[in-house]
Every structure is written in structure tokens, then in C-alpha cells.
Design a binder for this molecule. Structure first.
Ligand code: NAD
Length: 483
């Protein structure tokens, strides 16, 4: 049994009340670790440590911070296999995905923001008529909270920690209590990277206890949160009266729009990937597939055939393409949505059940990749985020009809459009409600671009300059040099 510890002031510590939460291995359902059930008293300790570290860290040159963050990036790379194994075991995701996507992205996040701070420039505005000049200082905010979900644990945690630290803030991070392992392993690399004690603190524990105590703490200046929309709303409610800065990256119900003039093979294989990567537990997954009616039947048949060839099972096997869902409660939620879809008149065209797997995995949290058709665009199955390996297929005839369907949900995170018609692509990119639009591709990421959603998918943007701006306070200085 692995016992995870908090990381406060450079030390690994048990929670002050000495109570722990269980961590289960999704592939087998076995208990394999325990994670601190931290509370306000642990948050207080972390705030004290962070406060003491702020002067040292914010007073360092950009080059010094760059070097330390680059060290962390190199150390994650050196430990890639170990971290990928831990991520796969903790989340149920295929080891191949953890090795090729999750951990390399954590390496890149630190590398990207370490170099960003070396190039981060602030604005200057000249007023020749009155002989004055303005320049804007971009100063660190102070102590910031970074709260992340369970689907891409190290990937998303590092996406927040790296810009916050690069900009000179000190951080208290709260990873998901469901998947705490790689955050724990990251904390073990901090000393070797040269990060001074207290600069990064990691508090483990349940959202309503440890997470909420962090959000409520008056010394926390900003909260960068990724997770569900309901939690985001709760955090916004607590943060608003204290006038804290917030960035909320929330849920999605993303349309994948496929026109008959698309590159058929690429659209088809990417649609399968966008539906079932990480068992559909990526906020950017294309879970509502809209297909031009003229080739709906052909696309459906080929989609189902491709899905039937996906290898589902033990996440630790290199050949596995679909692993386990991350928790038993989430698996139950996904299965309940399949039931709901059937009640709403949906036809399950593939999956829809718990797959039969070898006995050592019989208590794991598996759901077969599922596709459902014959549902109205505005039914609950097509409106609510399922966040699992479940997609719907819906035909459309015109662009107007398609836009009605695509924009009918309360979410607006991402959308994918497949077409060879450039004018149509631009036209729809303007009109679809989403913060991120991919045309003829999916999940192609440039870390310099703004990342985030509109409507119920969030407030603010991450990535590139947006993140550096979020984690700094602009202060304008106006100097009149004339008489
Ligand atoms: P969640 O909202 O339950 O939890 C996210 C984090 O918030 C966890 O660390 C949790 O412990 C913490 N938390 C929970 N309640 C809290 C509270 N009251 N105060 C402070 N912290 C609290 O989300 P989840 O189930 O871990 O993740 C799945 C959700 O995340 C999905 O909706 C998915 O779409 C979303 N997500 C969004 C993005 C994005 O970039 N927009 C990326 C990944 C996941």
C-alpha cells in the first residue's frame, strides 16, 4: 500500500488530522494507495510556507526561474517511464497514451513556460502631445491556487503550475483526490530541480474539504481551476465576494461536424479517436457527431466497424487502446447515461455494455466504446456532459440545421469541422459557439494559442500569453517628462 503525503515547505508531511482517503486501481478495482484527507489546518500550513517563500522566488531573476523550471522539465523527461506507469495505474488510461501524450505534455508545459518568462514583455504607451510615457509592470500576484481534475492529472496540473511559477508566484496545488499519484511523484523531483522550499506546495484531499479551504483562504489571490461546471460555479461564488481572480476551465459537449466533401478516411479515423481517447474522458472529446445525411449510412457502418476493432482491456499492456474509466462512481454514471439514452428512444449501434474481460479485470471499471443514434438533438443525452466512451450520431441536411444542433447545448468548449470547402469552414468557425475550433484535425495543440471555453465551459483562457497575463497584476506607470 502506497501512502501519499502532502508537500509543504519542501517537506513530505502527513495531514494534520492523520486521516486518509482510499485510492483504487481502475483496471482491477483493487485498493492500492491512500491519499491525505487534508483540511483547513493543512492549507494554513501551506499558506505560511508559501508566504515565506514569496520574497525569495519573486525576487529571483527570470533566468534563475527559467533554469529551475527547465530542470523540472528534464527531470520529468528522465522519469518518463515511471511517471507514465503511475499515471496509467492511477487513472486506468492505456500506458501508451500516458507515455506518448500525458507525460511528454507535462515535460513541454514546464519547458514552454520556462522559456515564456524569458520573452514575456510588457506594454509601453507613448503620449507625445503631452510628453508623457506609460509603461506597464507585470508583477506576480502572490500566493495562487491551482486545482486540477482526474482525467489528465500531471498534464493539467503542470499546465497551471508552470505559468504560475514562471511569472514569480508561489503556488498551492490541489490535484484530484481520485488520481493523486503523479503529483506526489512530481513533488519528489522539486528538491533536485532546485525549487526553494515553499515555492510549490501540494495539498492532497477531497474537493469540498481541502479544495474549498484553499479557495476560501483570504491570502490566496487567484484560483486557476479545471474541472466540472458545477464545481466551477461553487468556486466562483466563494471567490467573488473576496474579489479573487479566477480562471475556470470547465465541461464540454463538443460537436464533431462532418460534411460529405471531407477527407473521408482522416475524418473517420479521427472521429473514432476524438470519441474514445482516454475512454472519452477528455473535455475536448467530440461526443456529438453530426454527419451530412447524404453519406450518413456509409459513415455509420464504417465507424462501427472501426470501433469493433479497438482493443479494450488491461491499461498496462502496450497494445491496449481503450482502458478503464477512472472510478467506479464515474463508470456507474456513464452506464446510467446509456440507460437514459435508450429511454429517450436511442438505438445503441455499438457497445452499450460492460465488456467481458479476463477474470483479473472483472472488478475494473470498464465500459465498451458506445455509439447511439436516433436521438433528438435536444434530449438530455445530447445536452449533458457524459465524459465517457459514449457518442451520438445525428444526420443533418443544411448548415442552418447543423448550427441549430451544434449550438443548442449550454457548453461551448471546442468543435471540429470536416470539410474541403474553405469558405464553409471559415463561415462555420465564426458561427459555432466554442472557444476552440479545429478544421480538418482534432487536438492539434500549439501551446501559444488561447485555450478555454465560452458559455458554461468556462471563464478566461489558459495558454501562452493568456496564462502569463492571468498570473500577473498589471500596474501602469505614467511619467510626464515634459514641462
Ligand atoms: P470536479 O469538478 O469534481 O473536480 C475537479 C477538482 O476540483 C478536483 O481536484 C476536486 O477535488 C476539486 N473540487 C471539487 N469540489 C471542490 C470545491 N467545492 N472547492 C474546491 N475544489 C473542489 O471535476 P472532475 O470530476 O475531477 O473532472 C471532470 C470535469 O473536468 C469534466 O466536467 C471535464 O469536462 C472537466 N475538464 C475540463 C477541462 C478544460 O480544460 N475545460 C479539462 C479537463 C477536464
Amino acid at each position: 500500500m502506497i501512502r501519499i503525503e502532502n508537500f509543504i515547505n519542501g517537506l513530505h508531511l502527513p495531514p494534520r488530522v492523520n486521516s486518509y482517503l482510499p485510492c483504487y486501481e481502475p483496471a482491477t478495482g483493487a485498493l492500492y494507495a491512500e491519499v491525505p484527507d487534508s483540511g483547513p489546518e493543512d492549507v494554513d500550513l501551506a499558506v505560511l510556507a508559501a508566504e515565506q517563500a514569496l520574497l525569495i522566488w519573486s525576487g529571483m531573476s527570470q533566468a534563475q526561474r527559467h533554469d529551475i523550471l527547465m530542470n523540472l522539465s528534464y527531470l520529468i523527461k528522465e522519469n518518463l517511464n515511471k511517471l507514465a506507469q503511475a499515471e496509467s495505474r492511477d487513472t486506468g488510461k492505456p500506458i501508451k497514451l500516458a507515455k506518448q501524450v500525458d507525460i511528454p505534455r507535462a515535460v513541454d508545459n514546464f519547458k514552454f513556460f520556462a522559456s515564456s518568462i524569458m520573452h514575456f514583455a510588457s506594454e509601453s504607451h507613448h503620449m507625445p502631445g503631452v510628453q508623457a510615457i506609460n509603461y506597464t509592470l507585470r508583477q506576480p500576484l502572490g500566493i495562487v491556487a491551482c486545482i486540477s481534475p482526474w482525467n489528465l492529472p500531471l498534464y493539467l496540473l503542470s499546465w497551471k503550475i508552470a505559468p504560475a511559477l514562471a511569472a514569480g508566484n508561489v503556488v498551492i496545488a490541489k490535484p484530484s483526490e481520485v488520481t493523486p499519484m503523479t503529483a506526489y511523484l512530481l513533488s519528489k523531483l522539486c528538491k533536485e530541480a532546485g525549487l526553494p522550499p515553499g515555492v510549490l506546495n501540494i495539498i492532497h484531499g477531497a474537493g469540498p474539504r481541502a479544495g474549498q479551504a484553499l479557495v476560501e483562504h483570504p491570502k490566496i489571490k487567484a484560483i486557476s481551476f479545471t474541472g466540472g461546471t458545477a464545481t466551477g460555479r461553487r468556486i466562483a461564488k466563494i471567490a467573488a465576494p473576496q474579489l479573487k481572480k479566477i480562471s475556470l476551465e470547465l465541461g464540454g459537449k463538443n460537436p464533431n461536424i462532418i460534411f460529405a466533401d471531407c477527407d473521408y478516411d482522416k475524418a473517420l479515423s479521427t472521429a473514432v479517436k476524438a470519441a474514445y481517447s482516454n475512454q472519452g474522458q477528455i473535455c475536448l472529446c467530440g461526443s456529438r457527431i453530426f454527419i451530412e445525411r447524404s453519406f450518413y449510412d456509409r459513415f455509420k457502418a464504417d465507424f462501427v466497424e472501426k470501433v469493433s476493432r479497438l482493443r479494450i482491456g488491461d491499461p498496462s499492456k502496450a497494445s491496449t487502446q481503450v482502458g478503464a474509466l477512472t472510478s467506479a462512481s464515474h463508470r456507474d454514471k456513464v452506464l446510467a447515461y446509456i440507460e437514459l439514452a435508450i429511454q429517450e428512444g436511442g438505438h445503441v449501434i455499438c457497445g452499450g455494455e460492460v465488456p467481458s474481460l479476463p477474470s483479473q479485470m472483472s472488478n475494473g471499471y470498464y465500459v465498451a466504446p458506445t455509439a447511439i443514434e436516433n436521438l433528438s438533438f435536444d434530449c438530455r443525452t445530447n445536452q449533458e456532459e457524459i465524459f465517457g466512451p459514449v457518442v451520438t450520431l445525428t444526420p443533418f441536411d443544411t448548415e442552418e440545421e447543423l448550427l441549430l444542433y451544434a449550438n443548442s447545448v449550454s457548453y461551448g468548449l471546442s468543435a471540429t469541422i470536416w470539410t474541403a470547402d474553405v469558405s464553409r469552414a471559415h463561415r462555420l468557425a465564426e458561427k459555432v459557439d466554442a472557444g476552440i475550433i479545429w478544421v480538418n484535425c482534432w487536438l492539434l495543440r500549439d501551446l501559444r494559442t488561447p485555450f478555454g471555453g465560452m458559455k458554461d465551459s468556462g471563464v478566461g483562457r489558459e495558454g501562452g500569453l493568456e496564462a502569463m497575463r492571468f498570473f500577473t497584476e498589471p500596474k501602469n506607470v505614467c511619467i510626464q517628462y515634459g514641462a
